[in-house]
Design a protein around this ligand. Structure first.
Ligand code: SAM
Length: 275
């Protein structure tokens, strides 16, 4: 979405302070402009902290680089767009601990957002490959430099066979609207000894459609687990979405359509290829 003209003027004013996780405007602006500004900053995931020592919109993640990209493009994604909710730091730690990420491991982050999980994986010595569909978040990921490779594109269109080796770990917080599609697709990038950990909508625990029921059965069969996360896990992002945590281990010879499974499939003949 485009910034309203007056909001863009205020945010690009040299007196406006955009630092770390905060945006503050230390000068007078008209009430209608303030209201528009407040709306935009909240839509981007900020919350007003009116304490005297703060007096800023505060974000549950570092907004500085991201805001710079948005202002340069005169475009910002609403937090409801493409399911973008940056993973809160405590949950990032929980996911990385559960995945057991050690130095030198290859890790796939298929919906990397602005890099909350990719940053922590890299800090632990993991070698991260990231996918992200939104071009501004891709720029941020590239600027942060935590990933070995950042692919700008639709992860669901990525072919596991473009990768010679599976990833040892997969950590994800996919868009909640079609999270199960992302997880099922990601299984194609894991090996029979890999581990996938994903944050998902809590519906994964009780949805009764055929795809979800079969998926839960498969999780059981391979010794995986789905745990409910506290209801306020994403409260810092201004959303009350209820989530769970999926732990899915590879299972040699089991039902998962892993990278090895894809490698074993006969290659389809391209009958229409030009001679
Ligand atoms: C819930 S956020 C994930 C945030 C990130 N994992 C983190 O740790 O903060 C989901 C992200 O997936 C991206 N996304 C949505 N559909 C996608 C797709 N088909 N391929 C790649 N990325 C996608 C969105 O742009 C958004 O940034």
């Amino acid at each position: 979405m485009q910034f309203p003209t007056e909001v863009l003027r205020v945010l690009t004013d040299p007196r406006t302070v955009i630092r770390d996780d905060q945006v503050s405007v230390p000068f007078e602006i008209d009430r209608p402009v303030y209201e528009q500004l407040n709306k935009v900053l909240k839509e981007m995931g900020g919350a007003w902290d009116g304490r005297k020592a703060v007096r800023a919109h505060v974000y549950p993640y570092r907004i500085e680089e991201f805001m710079r990209q948005c202002l340069a493009a005169n475009d910002y994604p609403s937090k409801y767009e493409q399911g973008w909710f940056p993973t809160p730091p405590a949950l990032v730690m929980q996911v990385c601990d559960l995945a057991g990420i050690y130095a030198g491991m290859t890790v796939l982050e298929p919906s990397a957002g602005s890099g909350a999980m990719a940053g922590e994986i890299a800090r632990r010595g993991g070698i991260v490959d990231a996918f992200e569909i939104d071009s501004r978040r891709v720029e941020i990921l590239r600027e942060q430099g935590d990933a070995r490779r950042v692919v700008h594109g639709d992860f669901l269109a990525a072919d596991p066979l473009d990768y010679e080796e599976p990833f040892e770990r997969l950590v994800m917080n996919p868009p909640f609207a079609n999270g199960l599609d992302h997880i099922k697709h990601a299984i194609g990038f894991m090996g029979e000894n890999s581990i996938l950990v994903s944050i998902m909508s809590q519906g994964l625990m009780w949805w009764s459609d055929k795809a979800t029921v079969e998926f839960r059965e498969m999780v059981d069969e391979v010794g995986g687990d789905i745990q409910k996360l506290p209801d306020d896990s994403f409260a810092v992002c201004g959303t009350s979405i209820r989530t769970c945590l999926l732990f899915l281990p590879g299972y040699p010879g089991g039902p998962l359509r892993t990278h090895e499974w894809h490698m074993r499939q006969p290659r389809q003949l391209d009958l229409f290829a030009a001679a």
